[in-house]
Design a protein around this ligand. Structure first.
Ligand code: DAV
Length: 381
């Protein structure tokens, strides 16, 4: 890894510029996500059935790794340098002054934890106990980039306590009509008392970054991001998708494909007053088609929705990678003039993500652009 003609080794300003270097996750050592205040995993279609604990089976790990390796090979065949997480003992219990948890999770989804913001790496606080140390499998890479190029910045968000008081336990018991009634309040399983965010609630559009308020990112987390990023020339916009009653991570909801084009989730429209940021600046929103897999057909232990179909990875403004069986989405993207590459990825779904979640872009071409020249912006709140 060397700096290419003046481009810093860490350089990524949006979700679509030409990809040069990326981290692809690994299922090595993966465990089932434990039940904890910020997460109530369910066996799909079997309400009340106990969720497995401890390590995933060797077969489940091998199947996911085969698909992650397939993605890595496809990326390399397109000239992208691929890096992988280091080993981490996810089976180890954690005990801090504020909580205990029986095991950790996995390094399949670097996107949830790590984000490149221009020439800077930001490590998220995370929102769940089992993911407290999930930055560790990436630290050898962070140090390598940081040592290699003095232009590389590195910011670690403050770790929340993740004590019981940080969570709103009754959130999980709210009936659907109550969720509907509260849909505009943006209060989920985390309170506002501490700074909390997962990196995957952010989406990068040059100098503008949108951040979803969710079960995994609160308003204090967004305030922290504004105070850190605004002095560096970014504008941070909170966004909301009120019909998503269990929002977590923006990349199955609102997915930019190239300047002026966003793939949207027809079940989760953006809040009306936030739409104008896009429409007033010439952006077109296109709805994703119905996914091929229904929610009932998703893998038994998968906690994500059928909209993992939308979790595509852009190699450039003209090329995108899509899950192999999502033909309706492939056709829509091809109709938009995109070259669509495909890989099988359904065995990765039970680890919480698809192609975008399981990657973290380190270097893309390009620099900071303003894609929202007429945006009305309120700095520092
Ligand atoms: O729509 O189920 C999944 C994203 C997981 N990283 C969803 C969000």
């Amino acid at each position: 890894m060397t700096a290419i003609a003046g481009t810093p080794v860490v350089n990524s300003w949006n979700e679509w510029d030409h990809l040069k270097e990326v981290v692809v996750g690994s299922a090595d050592g993966a465990c089932f996500e434990p039940t904890e205040p910020g997460n109530r995993p369910q066996v799909r279609g079997r309400e009340g059935a106990p969720f497995p604990t401890g390590g995933k089976s060797a077969q489940a790990v091998a199947q996911a790794n085969a698909e992650l390796d397939g993605l890595a090979r496809l990326l390399e065949s397109r000239g992208v340098s691929v890096r992988r997480p280091g080993r981490h003992d996810f089976g180890r219990a954690l005990r801090t002054p504020h909580f205990e948890v029986a095991n950790q999770y996995c390094a399949v989804c670097p996107r949830d934890v790590m984000i490149t913001v221009g020439n800077e790496i930001v490590e998220a606080t995370m929102s769940r106990r089992a993911r407290y140390f999930e930055y560790e499998p990436y630290r050898h890479l962070v140090y390598e980039y940081w040592e290699a190029d003095p232009r590389v910045g590195w910011t670690v968000a403050p770790k929340p306590t993740m004590s019981d008081a940080m969570y709103r336990q009754d959130f999980w018991e709210w009936p659907v009509d109550e969720r509907h009634r509260r849909m505009h309040s943006s209060e989920f399983c985390i309170t506002q008392a501490e700074v909390v965010f997962d990196a995957a609630d952010m989406s990068r559009f040059g100098r503008d970054i949108i951040v979803q308020e969710s079960m995994t990112t609160n308003r204090a987390g967004i305030r922290w991001l504004k105070r850190v990023l605004e002095p560096k020339g970014f504008r941070v916009h909170p966004v909301h998708f009120p019909l998503d009653y269990f929002p977590s991570h923006i990349d199955c909801t609102f997915v930019p494909l190239r300047p002026g084009l966003v793939l949207t989730n027809p079940d989760r429209p953006i809040r009306q007053d936030e739409l104008s940021l896009f429409t007033d600046n010439g952006w077109e929103l296109i709805q994703a088609p119905e996914p091929v897999l229904t929610n009932d057909e998703m893998p038994l232990y998968c906690q994500s929705s059928k909209w993992l179909s939308m979790n595509v990875l852009s190699l450039s403004p003209t090329t995108v990678i899509c899950e192999e069986q999502e033909k309706p989405l492939q056709d829509l993207l091809a109709d938009q003039g995109l070259e669509v590459l495909t890989v099988p990825f359904r065995n990765v779904f039970e680890y919480g993500g698809s192609l975008h979640c399981s990657t973290w872009d380190i270097r893309r071409d390009g620099t900071r652009e303003d894609y929202f020249p007429s945006a009305v912006y309120e700095p520092l709140v």
